[in-house]
Write a protein that binds this ligand. Structure first.
Ligand code: FES
Length: 105
């Protein structure tokens, strides 16, 4: 799979998230407090808020507009896993955060 560099590790401190253009889409990348990275589609399927702006609580992010929560590991809506956004693989190469261009199945 192809990966694209979005930022350096120093540019995304633990506990923060930020949206990046990856390929032709906006993807929200999160640096979790435990040091791991996660990536999901940035647009909330409810009304399109940026999920990168949401509050992260361990393995979920809460949409900043109306609080829908999505699991960062697979993009599933915490209240109804049948609804989901795409989740993407993330790797760190040297000091660079790289996001895979294809969603996790
Ligand atoms: S826009 Fe995300 S919950 Fe409404």
């Amino acid at each position: 799979m192809e990966f694209e560099t979005v930022a350096t590790v120093a540019e995304l401190p633990p506990g923060t998230g930020r949206a990046f253009v990856v390929g032709d889409q906006m993807i929200a990348v999160f640096h979790l407090a435990d040091g791991q990275f996660r990536a999901i589609d940035d647009a909330c399927p409810h009304q399109g808020a940026s999920l990168a702006e949401g509050h992260v609580d361990e393995e979920t992010v809460a949409c900043p507009w109306h609080g829908w929560r999505f699991r960062l590991c697979n993009g599933a809506w915490a209240d109804n896993p049948r609804l989901k956004v795409n989740a993407y693989p993330v790797r760190v190469a040297g000091d660079q955060i790289q996001v895979g261009l294809e969603p996790i199945a």
